[in-house]
Write a protein that binds this ligand. Structure first.
Ligand code: AP5
Length: 214
């Protein structure tokens, strides 16, 4: 199965994608993670990417589509989870072409619905394991008292430079201007399914499983 997880910043796309990797042997393709890796490359492109990401704006379609194209060339395992991609109509068209070239189809687009008010709290409370990327939250999923990641035992945790109220405003604006039109696009194609992203993490997981097993 190939699926897209769609939703505003902090909706829970990364959290749910990691669960699907664990449960269904799928491959998570997060353009955010790919770009965070690119920004540490020390290249001019990495520097440009870093500035754009920290401001909360979108990186160009050309860069992002190039990154996704490279990743689609490998093993498909249980299918791809597109996490944070596509984010523009041009990216959605490119994805359709890339999948068609591989004789693959898009099986579902899952929207995680979360009200804006909840997103600030989610974003400012987030941290991730520096070793395996497991996602934590100061209130809803705190780092264990022994300071060790529950997945890999790592002891270094990171906070993202764009996880602050000011960048979040720009990220939300970009979401409404450039990404939310994709909801209509995939609705018309008959692929859109919506789940309540405000529910408890396990309930969101169950709702996604229901969509995928239908
Ligand atoms: P990206 O890394 O994709 O960030 P994002 O879309 O803003 O999404 P987030 O990673 O912030 O949130 P999430 O939905 O994954 O939530 P999470 O599961 O972590 O993009 C970053 C930047 O890269 C962009 O701004 C842009 O510049 C660039 N970029 C990336 N892709 C691009 C593209 N395609 N085109 C152009 N530019 C691109 O959860 C958040 C928090 O909430 C966590 O602490 C978690 O523990 C908690 N949480 C999750 N679920 C629940 C729940 N059900 N209940 C309570 N808490 C929960």
């Amino acid at each position: 199965m190939n699926i897209i997880l769609l939703g505003p910043p902090g909706a829970g796309k990364g959290t749910q994608a990691r669960k699907l990797v664990e449960d269904r042997d799928m491959i998570q393709l997060s353009t955010g993670d790919m770009l965070r890796e690119a920004r540490t490359s020390g290249t001019e492109m990495g520097q440009i990417v870093a500035e754009v990401m920290d401001s909360g704006k979108l990186v160009t379609d050309e860069i992002v589509i190039g990154l996704i194209r490279e990743k689609l060339e490998g093993d498909k395992k249980g299918g791809f989870i597109f996490d944070g991609f596509p984010r523009t109509l041009a990216q959605a068209d490119a994805l359709e072409e890339l999948l068609a070239e591989m004789d693959e189809t898009l099986d579902a687009v899952i929207e995680l619905r979360v009200q804006d008010e909840a997103l600030v709290a989610r974003i400012v409370g987030r941290s991730t394991c520096g070793n395996c990327g497991e996602v934590y939250h100061d209130l809803t999923k705190p780092i264990p008292a022994d300071g060790k990641c529950t997945v890999c035992g790592g002891t270094e945790f990171k906070r993202r430079a764009d996880d602050n109220e000011e960048s979040l405003k720009t990220r939300l604006m970009e979401y409404y201007k450039q990404t939310s039109p994709l909801l209509g696009y995939y609705h018309v194609k008959g692929a859109l399914r919506s789940v309540d992203g405000l529910a408890d993490m396990r309930d969101v997981e169950a709702a996604i499983a229901e969509v995928l097993d239908a």
